[in-house]
Structures are given as C-alpha cells and as structure tokens.
Design a protein around this ligand. Structure first.
Ligand SMILES: Cc1cc2nc3c(=O)[nH]c(=O)nc-3n(C[C@H](O)[C@H](O)[C@H](O)COP(=O)(O)O)c2cc1C
Length: 145
C-alpha cells in the first residue's frame, strides 16, 4: 500500500487568527487524503520537516515565523512543495516574502500565497480550506511528474 503524503503546517500566532487559518488549511488537505502535522513554530526544529512532502508556513506579522523560515536553509527541501499563509492587520506582504524564500530553497511553491485580514470569517475559512485542497492537489501532481 502507498504511504499517504505528508504536509507539515507550521505557524506563529498571538491571538489565534493564523491558528484558525492553519486548522482550516489542514482540514482542506486532510479531506484530500493527505496526512497533516500541525505545529506552532516555537515547538519545531528545522529538521522536523525533513520527512514532509510539503511544508506550509503561517505568519501573524508580529509573532512571525521568519527566523524559522531562514533556519530551513540548512534542510534539503529541493523538490518539496512549499506554501505560505498569514493573518494581517494592514499589510499582508509577509507570506509573499516567505514564498520567495521557499522558492530560493528549490521548493515548488504555491503562488500566490494566502493572506487574510484580521479574524477569518466563515467565508475566509472556506478560502483557507480551498488553499489546503490546492496544496494537496499540487502534492499529488508532483507524484505524476
Ligand atoms: C503587536 C502587534 C503588531 C502588529 N503588527 C502588524 C504589522 O506590522 N502589519 C500588519 O499588517 N498587521 C500587524 N498586526 C495585526 C496582526 O497581524 C493581525 O491582528 C493578525 O490577525 C493577528 O494574527 P494572530 O491572531 O494569529 O495573532 C499587529 C498586531 C499586534 C498585536
């Protein structure tokens, strides 16, 4: 039997907006048969993602995950799927920057990333679920290439 593909979702948050996004993205990917590991950035070491087929990084602007993203430079990530998302108040460019960095590591990135202003409402959470579904579809596509 084939092993399910693994998506590691790692996020920073202060007030759980990025956390709500992360959980909805996880749901979207799991519905497509992907194994998801959901972790807060402080609990993860760069090496923890080595076995993942895909990595999604979430930011909350100030509780940012940027140091973690930079620490990933020492992990072999070439050919894995990479995605970024974030909750923001007035300037949502963080996930764009993270996407560029992941791309520079040779990852196959989902572009554009996903940014949601303030508290995600039901519609925004659906957008997150769809983002998770897109990540899952992209992971499956890699298998076929
Ligand atoms: C101390 C602090 C600094 C913030 N700085 C920024 C910022 O530079 N740019 C921005 O767009 N939003 C900023 N925000 C707004 C948060 O990004 C926004 O409220 C987000 O939804 C918080 O996500 P979280 O609930 O996952 O912590 C800031 C919020 C706080 C509390």
């Amino acid at each position: 039997m084939k092993m399910a593909k693994k998506l590691s979702i790692i996020y920073g948050t202060g007030f759980q907006n990025a956390g709500l996004m992360a959980k909805a993205i996880a749901e979207g990917a799991m519905n497509e048969g992907i194994d998801v590991i959901l972790q807060i950035v402080d609990e993860v070491s760069p090496e923890d993602v080595e076995n993942a087929d895909a990595i999604a990084i979430g930011l909350a602007t100030y509780e940012d995950s940027m140091k973690f993203v930079e620490s990933l430079a020492k992990v072999p990530l070439k050919g894995k799927v990479g995605a970024a998302f974030g909750a923001y108040g007035w300037s949502g460019e963080g996930p764009v920057v993270v996407t560029k960095i992941l791309s520079s590591y040779g990852m196959n990135v989902i572009d554009p990333p996903l940014s949601i202003e303030r508290i995600p409402d039901e519609e925004a959470l659906d957008t997150c679920r769809n983002f998770g579904k897109s990540i899952a579809e992209y992971i499956k596509l890699q298998e076929e290439i």
